[in-house]
Design a protein around this ligand. Structure first.
Ligand code: ADP
Length: 206
């Protein structure tokens, strides 16, 4: 089976308009096997977000290549957008849910954009929300949910299109320690239940 994600010789620097370039990634080689879940633990400023954004096709490396599901990612915008939409799920520290839609609709919409029928999208969304213990909150809007609940909806949305790889950038970083643990468990239940691969930047060593 092909690897879920393969990064080869990735370099990235930021040029702030001064002679000194900030070199963040210096030739990163990394492989995430199919079904594997890996935690990326490093201090703030080490380059975790930069690496995740490159892996998630939200940014391009200066050098090196990215493969998703054994497929080399080219530089064309359309192909990158298609791969990003179908094969990558991204979770940020902040939920970024659409405020004017219900929790369920937030999980249904990306599926409709991918051509899934309304009925099928709703059934799948309900199933995901059930896995994270939010079946009783599907009709709530994001503002009517707690921080931990909002983040659990964001996990469901990221997994809605059954991506090959889930990338999460400090997914519980905004939550208090008690909530963080249960929310992290919800994320793991979703990932393990789907058999997908995940790369998770976290400060939570547990
Ligand atoms: P982490 O996620 O591990 O905290 P980041 O990937 O966010 O680290 O940042 C790594 C380094 O790159 C930091 O020193 C940061 O200041 C710098 N950096 C990140 N994004 C930019 C940018 N758009 N412009 C300039 N420097 C940046």
């Amino acid at each position: 089976m092909s690897d879920a994600l393969k990064l080869s010789g990735i370099t990235k620097g930021y040029n702030l308009g001064t002679p000194t370039e900030v070199k963040v990634l210096n030739g990163v080689d990394f492989t995430l096997a199919s079904g594997e879940v890996v935690a990326m633990v490093a201090p703030s400023g080490a380059g975790k977000s930069t690496l995740l954004h490159i892996a998630g096709l939200l940014d391009t490396p200066d050098e090196g290549s990215v493969e998703i599901g054994g497929q080399a990612v080219g530089s064309g915008d359309r192909a990158r957008t298609r791969l990003r939409r179908q094969d990558v799920g991204f979770v940020y520290q902040f939920h970024h849910l659409l405020q004017e839609f219900t929790a369920l609709e937030n999980v249904v919409l990306p599926q409709l954009a991918n051509g899934v029928s309304q009925r099928e999208a709703q059934d799948h969304a309900m199933q995901l929300m059930d896995t994270v213990g939010l079946k009783h909150r599907v009709a709530h809007r994001p503002a009517e949910l707690s921080g931990g609940e909002q983040q659990r909806v964001a996990f469901c949305r990221a997994l809605a299109n059954k991506p090959k790889v889930l990338l999460a950038d400090e997914p519980t970083g905004n939550l208090d320690p008690g909530t963080s643990d249960t929310v992290f468990e919800a994320l793991m239940a979703l990932v393990r239940g789907s058999g997908m691969s995940a790369l998770i930047a976290t400060h939570n060593l547990e």
